[in-house]
Ligand binder design. Structure first.
Ligand SMILES: [Mg+2]
Length: 173
């Protein structure tokens, strides 16, 4: 498995309709915590995110939440965005992503998975055969084990970067 994302972003809102259309992407399978909303925040979703989601839908790009968050949180954010959502889906197992493809009526090559974590989001997306965009997490990690995981993620990304696999479109320097 390649540990290297296809895209690296500071914010999910960098995925504009124009950019996605150029990549042949017709739908996003979105992580929730630290991708759309900091994990400690109950919401509402930032106006920036809601405006972004509306612009994508208007451009015919469909969205679904595929997340490990708790059901009540998933339902609330999915309803706020007016999109389907499933969770918790036990990423890195690929089944949540496969559900997302089915519910949006998309083939693997038409979708882009988006998330902030290598060992759940990226790994799950690859197991489902999907392209993947890594987003910088919205919140700093408070828990020691998460900080440790983030260090491992960085090492994995650095190793992936030196493998001369498919070059990332927008690699973080
Ligand atoms: Mg996340």
């Amino acid at each position: 498995m390649r540990c290297r994302p296809d895209l690296v972003l500071d914010r999910v809102t960098e995925l504009t309709p124009k950019k996605l259309q150029a990549l042949g992407v017709r739908g996003l399978l979105l992580d929730l915590d630290n991708t759309l909303l900091p994990p400690t925040e109950e919401g509402p979703l930032p106006e920036e995110v809601r405006t972004w989601a509306r612009a994508l839908e208007e451009a015919g790009i469909r969205l679904a939440l595929v997340t490990n968050a708790k059901p009540r949180r998933v339902r609330r954010v999915a309803a706020a965005l007016g999109v389907p959502g499933a969770g918790p889906v036990a990423k890195p197992l690929p089944f949540g992503f496969l559900w997302g493809l089915r519910v949006l009526g998309l083939g693997r090559d038409e979708a882009l998975a988006v998330g902030d974590q290598v060992f759940t989001d990226l790994l799950g997306a690859r197991l489902a055969g999907l392209r993947f965009a890594l987003v910088r997490p919205l919140a700093k990690d408070a828990l020691p084990h998460t900080r440790w995981l983030r260090r491992l993620e960085r090492r994995c990304l650095e190793a992936g970067g030196s493998m001369k696999a498919q070059p990332s479109e927008e690699g973080r320097a």
